[in-house]
Ligand binder design. Structure first.
Ligand code: SF4
Length: 316
C-alpha cells in the first residue's frame, strides 16, 4: 500500500508552506535539529536485559516497514532542515530490514561532510549480503553492540549467539579491507553493567587488536520503563539528570511516520506529529515541540515523559 506523503513546502514557511518561527540560537524553544533517527522496520530479534524491547506494556509487532516513498520524503525534509547525522534505526534492529542498504544509499548520495549516515545494530544479522550492501551503499559509521566476550554472559544479556556475531564482524572487516573501502568507521559499544564491568579491560584489548574502538556507555532507564527497572542494573546507582540533547536537537520518526519525543518513548506516550499528514518543519517548530523545549529548559517537566528519566553517571 502506498503511503501518502505531504507535499513539499518551504521549510521556513516563507514560500507558501505553513509558517513557523525561524530558528534562533538564543531560544531553546527554536533549537535547530542536528540528528534524526528513522525506524524503517519495527522490532528486534534480541532481548537485551537493559532494553525495553519485549517488556513494554504496548505490544510491538515485528517487521512493520516504512514505505520507501515516505522514507525518501522524510530524508529530503531533513536535508532541507540542515540535519547533520542520519541514523537509520530507532528502537529496533535495523538489519531486520532487507532494504537497509538501499535506504542508506539514498541518504549517502545526498549528504556531504560534516553530514553522515550511521547504523547501530547487534550484529547478529550482519550477513554477507547485508555487509556487502552496506559497504556499497556508502555507510559512514557502523556501531555494533557487543555486551560481553564470554558466550554465557553474552547469551544471558542479549539472548544471541556470540560466535555468530563475532564471525559476522570479522567477515565484515575482511570484506571492507579486501574491497578497499575506507568507510564505514566501525565502533563497538557496550554498557557498563554489573555483569560486565570486570571484563571491560579484556574486551577493550580484543577490539583494539582488530583496530576497532570500544565505547563503554552508562546504563540508562530513560523515560522510566517499568519493564527494565529491575534488570537495567548499572555498576552505580542510576540518577536523574538535568539536560537532554534528545529533546533539544534530535528527531525521532516511527515506521508509520509518527514522530515521538524521544528514542526512549517505547510506550508511545508523547507523539509530537505525523509526517504522513504534516511537514517535518511544521512539527519541529510547531507549538507542542516549542512548549516542551521551553518547559524543559525552565526545569518544568511535570507530566512529561522526562520526569522520571534516569541514567548512571559516566564511567570514570
Ligand atoms: S525522556 Fe526526556 S529527558 Fe529523558 S532522554 Fe527522553 S527527552 Fe531526554
Amino acid at each position: 500500500m502506498k503511503t501518502k506523503v505531504p507535499q513539499a513546502t518551504d521549510p521556513c514557511g516563507v514560500a507558501g508552506g505553513k509558517s513557523h518561527p525561524a530558528p534562533s540560537s538564543g531560544s531553546f524553544a527554536d533549537n535547530v535539529p542536528d540528528h534524526v533517527q528513522i525506524q524503517t522496520i519495527t522490532g528486534c530479534n534480541a532481548a537485551c536485559l537493559f532494553c525495553p524491547n519485549g517488556k513494554t506494556r504496548r505490544k510491538i509487532a515485528l517487521g512493520q516497514r516504512m514505505a520507501p516513498e515516505l522514507f525518501n520524503a522524510i530524508v529530503d525534509q531533513c536535508l532541507d532542515l540542515g540535519v547533520r547525522r542520519y541514523s537509520v534505526y530507532l528502537m529496533n534492529e535495523p538489519m531486520l530490514d532487507r532494504d537497509l542498504p538501499r535506504r542508506v544509499a539514498y541518504i549517502s548520495a545526498r549528504i556531504k561532510k560534516p553530514q553522515y549516515v550511521k547504523v547501530t545494530s547487534h550484529g547478529g544479522l550482519l550477513t554477507e549480503r547485508m555487509a556487502k550492501g552496506l559497504l556499497d551503499a556508502g555507510l559512514d559509521k557502523l556501531k555494533i553492540s557487543v555486551q560481553s566476550l564470554d558466550p554465557g554472559t553474552y547469551w544471558k544479556i542479549m539472548h544471541l549467539r556470540l560466535e555468530r556475531t563475532l564471525k559476522n564482524i570479522d567477515r565484515f572487516i575482511e570484506l571492507k579491507q579486501r574491497g578497499g573501502y575506507k568507510l564505514p568507521r566501525m565502533e563497538i559499544v557496550m554498557v557498563d553493567s554489573i555483569q560486565t564491568r570486570g571484563e571491560i579491560a579484556h574486551i577493550r584489548r580484543y577490539w583494539e587488536r582488530r583496530g576497532i574502538k570500544l565505547y563503554v556507555e552508562p546504563v540508562e532507564n530513560r523515560a522510566d520503563q517499568t519493564g527494565i527497572r529491575d534488570t537495567a542494573v548499572g555498576a552505580e546507582k542510576l540518577r536523574a539528570f538535568s539536560w537532554c540533547r534528545r529533546l533539544m536537537e534530535q528527531i525521532y520518526i516511527l515506521h508509520d511516520g509518527r514522530m515521538v519525543q524521544c528514542c526512549a518513548d517505547w510506550e508511545q506516550q508523547s507523539i509530537m506529529g505525523d509526517l504522513t499528514s504534516q511537514r517535518l518543519a511544521d512539527v519541529w517548530y510547531g507549538p507542542r515541540y516549542r512548549e516542551y523545549r521551553r518547559r524543559f529548559a525552565a526545569g518544568d517537566v511535570r507530566g512529561m515523559i522526562c520526569e522520571a528519566c534516569r541514567k548512571q553517571p559516566p564511567p570514570r
